[in-house]
Design a protein around this ligand. Structure first.
Ligand code: PLP
Length: 387
């Protein structure tokens, strides 16, 4: 039995998505910018997808800019706003300490070019306090970027309150909704944000495909130039089959949202309860608190998470650490560190992210397999310490 519990990294494309992409590869051969019928057919398909994506994120189709994924959407939002607002003298960016690297590194890059970057701390439960954002925002702030749901611990942030604070000071608000789209209701307009990023491969769509929602009236300098596609906000011939696939994934996600939430919530709670019961010295990170229903992050005291990940992989179970392993050095997760977890606890934490195809039997198998693996690794640590 192979069990995939790494859906926050990526999801397998849904069968109707694969079918629609395959069909579009065959049938939609025109360039969406061409005037003839081949082009118009492609344009019609892109617009169909745009409508579905707009419905999923709670905005108007004309406000949707298609991109090549979450990272590009985030870059376009942050760089596009920073550049558009430069003449106003607003050069400050405010982000939280638990953002994805796409937000953190892009903001740092702008700060190196003369802007200012303020990183707001998070509470120990993995939630950014709106009041902490209030202290960081000033009349020089161009953009506040706080994610909707965190990719490592799943915590949902008070985005609406933070957007209101940003607007009080005349700043714009972007939210990285890559990990919330298709998992919890998303209503860009009701959230009060100005820009919102999503990525198709996190909700059973194709990889390398995403969208940035830009509220009507928000000024954004295009970062990709050379064509008038996407209302001149993102140049380049559209990847028609991928966009068609994203549209299908968006429709499925919206139609199945209620069922997804209740199924995932029940499975995730079963996993949490099972692990905490059967493995001593474990704790859930980022709870209690509102979390997306498919995600949990658990620390296993005195166990190196990377070793447990590999041991689980040998059992056919795929999870992740959320920490980057660069050049042989195990860097503890910046999210867990920002939540105030010590290095030891951060380095003993695993992320389990569930998906639509997971079953109770699979969760029970994980709960059955874990105690012995953890015990073995703890025994090894004791031996190594004793040696
Ligand atoms: N933002 C968050 C919260 C993510 O989890 C990810 C992907 O891991 C991204 C952004 C980047 O999205 P993409 O993989 O589509 O570039």
């Amino acid at each position: 039995m192979r069990i995939y519990l790494d859906h926050n990294a990526t999801t397998p494309p849904a069968d109707p998505v694969v079918e629609a992409v395959t069909r579009a590869m065959h049938d939609l051969v025109g360039n969406g910018s061409s005037v003839h019928s081949f082009g118009q057919q492609a344009k019609g398909a892109i617009d169909g997808a745009r409508g579905a994506v707009a419905a999923l994120l709670g905005g108007e189709p004309a406000e949707v800019v298609f991109t090549a994924g979450g990272t590009e959407s985030i870059n376009l939002a942050i760089r596009g706003v920073a550049e558009a607002l430069e003449p106003t003298g607003r050069r400050g960016i405010v982000v939280s300490g638990i953002e994805h690297e796409a937000v953190l590194q892009t903001s740092r890059a702008l700060a190196r070019r003369g802007g200012t970057l303020t990183v707001v701390p998070v509470e120990s439960n993995g939630v950014v306090s709106a009041e902490a954002v209030r202290e960081a925002v000033s009349d020089a702030t161009a953009l506040v970027s706080v994610m909707h749901a965190n990719n490592e611990v799943g915590t949902v942030q008070p985005v609406a309150s933070i957007a209101a604070i940003a607007h009080e000071r005349g700043a714009l608000m972007h939210t990285d909704a890559v990990q919330s789209a298709g998992k919890i209701p998303l209503a860009a307009r009701a959230l009060g944000v100005d820009l919102l990023s999503i990525s198709a491969h996190k909700f059973y769509g194709p990889k390398g495909t995403g969208a940035l929602w830009v509220r009507r009236g928000v000024r954004l300098t295009p970062q990709m130039t050379g064509g008038r596609q996407e209302r001149s906000r993102r140049a380049g011939t559209e990847n028609v089959p991928a966009l068609v696939g994203m549209g299908v994934a968006a429709r499925l996600a919206l139609a199945g949202l209620d069922e997804y939430q209740s199924r995932m919530g029940a499975l995730r709670d079963r996993l949490d309860a099972g692990v905490l019961r059967s493995v001593p010295h474990t704790a859930v990170n980022g709870a209690p608190g509102e979390r997306v229903p498919n995600t949990t992050n658990i620390s296993f005291e005195r166990v190196e998470a990377e070793s447990l990940l590999i041991a689980l992989d040998l059992e056919g179970i795929a999870v992740s650490t959320g920490s980057a392993c660069s050049s042989g050095t195990l860097e503890p997760s910046h999210v867990l560190k920002a939540m105030g977890l010590g290095s030891a606890r951060a380095q003993s934490s695993l992320r389990f992210s569930l998906g639509a195809a997971n079953t109770e039997t699979e969760i029970d198998r994980v709960v059955t397999v874990l105690p012995a693996l953890v015990q073995k690794l703890r025994a090894l640590t004791r031996t190594a310490v004793g040696a």
